[in-house]
Design a protein around this ligand. Structure first.
Ligand SMILES: Cc1cc2nc3c(=O)[nH]c(=O)nc-3n(C[C@H](O)[C@H](O)[C@H](O)COP(=O)(O)O)c2cc1C
Length: 215
């Protein structure tokens, strides 16, 4: 089957969404044709919308932005919805999403998961499931294989996601975080924000300023 993998992170270079897609790929490669797409400021071409509309499976990977979907990706989703109204596509197309977010808890992704599910209804796609993963900015630091150490939960969830994809079935969405103490993650986040502030000539208290409320 044809599986379209869409990285919807607006960032340039390495992304946490890309990390998750790279972990998924080996689990779904055998016997299938995988094609990767990148949606950021540069939008897709008409022939790419045609490919997506005819795919068997679409996997959307993206970061959570304000509890929702980054605007470039949302624009692509609206355009695909419009494209599907003009051209007949695969009636059995099924959509899965791999969302990652900055806060520790993966359950932050539930609203975005609902948005993807509603979009599927509007497009006439089947909705597969969502895997939402918290502490996304940690992911690229974790060099161990899936299923080990802090990636233990992700390993189990990826097995469930890949099984659903390979059988083109719907399953219950999963919202998880790394197997890592939340307090240590918070300390690492503080260190990273504070050292980033220092590099930019700011003090920690500058990060807590609320300029719009002060004026
Ligand atoms: C504009 C913006 C909005 C964000 N909004 C949220 C949010 O609402 N909740 C959250 O947990 N993380 C939020 N984040 C953090 C990102 O989801 C997080 O850094 C993610 O790991 C980035 O993934 P990527 O490398 O695939 O782009 C936001 C980041 C940015 C830049």
């Amino acid at each position: 089957m044809n599986i379209a993998l869409i990285n919807g992170s607006p960032k340039g270079g390495a992304t946490n969404s890309g990390f998750l897609l790279e972990k998924l790929k080996p689990l779904i490669t055998e016997g299938n044709e995988l094609k990767s797409y990148r949606v950021n400021a540069k939008q897709l071409k008409p022939e790419q919308y045609r490919e997506l509309n005819q795919a068997d499976v679409i996997v959307l990977a993206f970061p959570l932005y304000f509890d929702a979907i980054p605007s470039h990706l949302l624009r692509m989703m609206v355009e695909l919805q419009q494209f599907r109204q003009t051209e007949q596509g695969n009636p059995n197309l099924i959509v899965y999403a791999l969302i990652n977010n900055g806060f520790f808890e993966g359950k932050q992704c539930t609203i975005a998961a609902d948005i993807v599910s509603n979009w599927c209804v509007r497009c006439g796609f089947r909705f597969g499931m969502v895997l939402g993963h918290g502490a996304g900015e940690m992911l690229q630091e974790l060099k161990m294989p899936l299923g080990k150490g802090p990636l233990k939960n992700l390993g189990k969830a990826m097995t469930q996601l890949s099984t659903a994809i390979l059988t083109r079935s719907s399953a219950e969405s999963l919202f998880i975080q790394p197997n890592f103490p939340r307090i240590l993650w918070r300390m690492a986040a503080y260190f990273s924000w504070h050292s980033g502030a220092k590099k930019n000539g700011l003090r920690p208290k500058d990060l807590r300023k609320q300029p719009f409320q002060e004026s």
